[in-house]
Design a protein around this ligand. Structure first.
Ligand code: CP3
Length: 344
């Protein structure tokens, strides 16, 4: 029934050259048309919960650049928001929440979870209708550990020390929080798939700050649980895990969580990336600052990735989100290097 969506083919193990391409944070402040809508929306969360505007900003980078995939415009912190935690975004400061206390975890109430997130599901439904048929639609959630770090600290930190300390001091409470987040996140992804998402990605942005045992307990196990719950309902929908900073533990992460595809941050060596690719599709891993710099830094970065990984199942992407400083002309140049490339 569905038209050929090349990113889905790659996730199922096909090698396609030139590879499909999209960028994390492709709807964002580097685009003047995004800044205009963002201004109109009021707050950032108002934008996330307004299907008219969320659809509009999701489509902007598709219209402008013709990416092969479109990612739902929302944020990972709508999940704790839908669980009754307060979330605000302040200009220049990122997300702010009231830190959750160990004693509050048992009282988290998910009764209105899907009611709260109904506008997001509506956005996904409309997107699937409005997107060109060959464009893959990606739904997403944050990994439980990454979401928990913001719930515990109440704001972004350089190394998530408050959440790591909380984990050592209150291991059972943290386990309960991660378990609850895994359950609701899986339900959230299932609803997105029901509404039309072809693929889902789990953003595990803070997996790199954990020691070995904590990585297994807080990062691997909750994601394994999400994958199991989603697969029980949708066994064929590809799931991408993006454990940013997982380093040498990327292979363990894929093996144990069972994710279909692996998102690689820019520090992953291409030799390691090639080994990971022999077990399934990979996505990444251009340093976003190469896009800011442009010129040779950009061209060489793209060529190295294509040279090392272009022969296997690859989704071309950045190693993290595009930054507001990235010039649009450099994004266009990146696409030309990827799509104009003759191959290996
Ligand atoms: O990729 C996309 O285009 C889809 C939308 C998306 C956003 N956030 C929009 C956003 C996605 C997938 C996210 C994920 C997200 N959000 C993560 C995981 C990925 C990562 O970047 O590590 C995290 C940790 C968050 C939490 C979050 N949201 C932070 C820390 C910030 C502030 C940092 C910043 O760039 O300002 C946000 C805000 C945010 N989320 C913006 C966008 C476009 C910028 C805010 C704005 O436009 O005013």
């Amino acid at each position: 029934m569905a038209m050929k969506r090349v990113m889905v083919d790659v996730l199922k193990g096909q090698s396609v050259f030139p590879p499909p391409v999209w960028m994390m944070r492709q709807a964002g402040r580097y685009l003047p048309e995004y800044r205009e809508v963002r201004q109109r929306a009021g707050s950032f969360l108002d934008l996330c919960y307004n299907p008219d505007l969320a659809v509009e900003v999701t489509l902007q980078p598709i219209r402008r650049f013709g990416f092969d995939a479109s990612i739902l415009f929302s944020d990972i912190l709508v999940v704790p928001h839908a669980l009754g935690r307060d979330v605000r975004f302040e200009e220049g400061r990122g997300p702010l929440m009231t830190p959750i206390g160990a004693g509050e975890i048992a009282g988290i109430d998910g009764e209105l979870f899907h009611v709260h997130l109904a506008p997001v599901y509506e956005t996904v439904r409309r997107l699937r209708n409005e997107l060109p048929a060959e464009v893959t639609l990606i739904g997403f959630c944050g990994a439980p550990w990454t979401v928990a770090t913001y719930m515990i600290a109440g704001h972004g930190t350089p190394d998530q020390a408050p959440a790591r300390l909380f984990a050592f001091r209150h291991p059972e409470k943290l386990a309960a929080l991660l378990d609850l987040l895994a359950e609701f996140s899986a339900a959230y992804l299932i609803r997105q798939i029901e509404a039309g998402a072809d693929v889902v990605q789990i953003f595990d942005s803070w997996s790199g700050v954990l020691d070995e045992a904590s990585f297994e307990a807080h990062c691997v196990r909750p994601v394994q649980k999400i994958v199991g719950l989603v697969r029980a309902v949708y066994p064929d929908v590809p799931i991408i895990g993006f454990p940013k900073g997982a380093g040498t533990r990327y292979d363990v992460y894929r093996a144990k969580t069972g994710v279909t595809g692996l998102g690689l941050d820019w520090t992953v060596p291409l030799s390691q990336a090639a080994r990971l690719q022999s077990d399934g599709a990979i996505q990444g891993n251009l340093d976003p600052l190469r896009v800011v710099a442009g010129g040779r830094a950009l061209q060489e970065g793209v060529e190295r990735i294509l040279g090392a990984l272009g022969g296997g199942p690859l989704i071309f992407n950045l190693g993290h989100g595009i930054t507001p400083e990235a010039p649009i002309a450099h994004v266009e140049a990146m696409l030309q290097y990827v799509r104009g490339s003759e191959g290996l």
